[in-house]
Design a binder for this molecule. Structure first.
Ligand code: F6P
Length: 357
């Protein structure tokens, strides 16, 4: 029996999306009779009915290609059931287009928001398979997501390179690393890059402890201090506020982000020149690392196996080092935070890296 599979990528892009698309497609073509429909720009394409038939040749040459050949968009889950100005019932449209395309299954590649909508569609009766991607590595139920390790490589290289210029100028350098809710990327790249201070959203920091760490290094004749700060990290004081209030307080103080506010605090307290580096979306760009090519391929192939077995409503995962799956209903939208007793956190603290918590 021929299966018609729709495939979309949703949310922020990351390296490995195309490798995963290729993994699903090549394995499915190899294992059973299949047709693929590529849906443009995430759930928006499913809502609008923007899709095209894909030939086997469309999946060639994708292993090393960054971004996503399908395009992606953030279509927030919280709005999925809202009827907005355009008067479109998004859920009804997605169901209608799934039928119109004649799909047997929909494969969604994305992060927490994508998984929530995937689960919603599964609850609405569609056959859905999720594949977990994000540079944030914050999807519950999987040891790792594809895109993460490439971003760790890139962020580590940024930290490495900042060392030499920090040393030349005797500066404090803050590297603001993506990760709004979870600090995995900052933790891994911070420790791998030899940062002296690591600040994570999960562990609100005391700016005085950061200043102490900087002064301690200066007193030991160290010429520079490297601070790896997650974009979503905040102070203990700010922890008493709601998320929106925190952002407003930074703006009100005249800073574009927490990093710049901390830089100002450090410079005023220590007299040391303090600079901020924001690699931002650079960490999401370009070719996936060999690790991510392998992971995305394995996840994609496993997704095709789930489709072959008609085991729908699942998301692929790495569970204790083995490729497997979790029910979407059990994991969709649950954020995997860095635990305070994470083994890398403990090792880093034991070797004197300051978390200022
Ligand atoms: O979820 C991945 C991520 O890169 C976060 O680390 C970051 O906060 C966010 O996306 C940035 O989103 P956008 O692409 O919308 O600027």
């Amino acid at each position: 029996m021929k299966r018609r599979i729709g495939i979309l990528t949703s949310g922020g892009d990351c390296p490995g999306l195309n490798a995963a698309i290729r993994g699903v497609a090549l394995a499915a073509h190899n294992m059973f009779d299949v047709e693929f429909v590529g849906i443009a720009d995430g759930y928006q394409g499913l809502i609008d009915g923007d899709y095209k038939e894909m030939k086997t040749s469309d999946f060639h040459g994708l292993l090393t290609l960054g971004g996503t050949i399908l395009g992606t968009r953030r279509t927030p889950y919280r709005n999925m059931r809202k009827i907005e100005e355009d008067n479109v019932d998004k859920v009804a449209s997605m169901k209608k287009n799934y039928k119109k395309m004649g799909l047997d299954c929909l494969v969604t590649l994305g992060g927490n928001g994508t998984h929530k909508t995937a689960n919603l569609l599964a609850e609405e009766g569609l056959n859905v398979i999720g594949l977990p991607k994000t540079i944030d590595n914050d999807i519950w139920g999987t040891d790792v997501t594809f895109g993460f390790h490439t971003a760790v490589d890139l962020a580590t290289e940024v930290i490495d390179r900042i060392h030499t210029t920090a040393n030349s100028h005797q500066r404090v350098m803050i590297i603001e690393i993506m990760g709004n809710k979870a600090g995995w990327l900052t933790l891994y790249s911070g420790v791998a890059g030899g940062a002296d201070v690591v600040l994570l959203p999960e562990m609100p920091y005391d700016p005085n402890k950061v200043i102490e760490a900087v002064e301690k290094r200066t007193s030991k004749d160290r010429r520079f201090t490297i601070i790896a700060l997650a974009e979503g990290a905040f102070t203990k004081e700010a922890a008493k506020m709601k998320r929106k209030e925190r952002a407003a307080a930074i703006k009100e103080a005249g800073f574009s982000s927490n990093s710049f506010m901390l830089a100002d605090t450090i410079q005023n307290a220590t007299g040391l020149e303090t600079r901020v580096v924001v690699p931002g979306h650079y960490l999401r760009g370009g070719s996936p690392s060999p690790y991510d090519r392998l992971l995305a391929t394995q996840f994609g192939v496993y997704g095709a196996q789930l489709i072959r077995d008609e085991n729908y409503g699942q998301t692929v995962a790495m569970i204790d080092g083995k490729i497997g799956h979790n029910p979407l209903s059990a994991v969709a939208g649950i954020t995997k935070f860095v635990p305070k007793d994470d083994q890398i956190v403990r090792a880093a603290k034991d070797m004197g890296i300051c978390f200022a918590d």
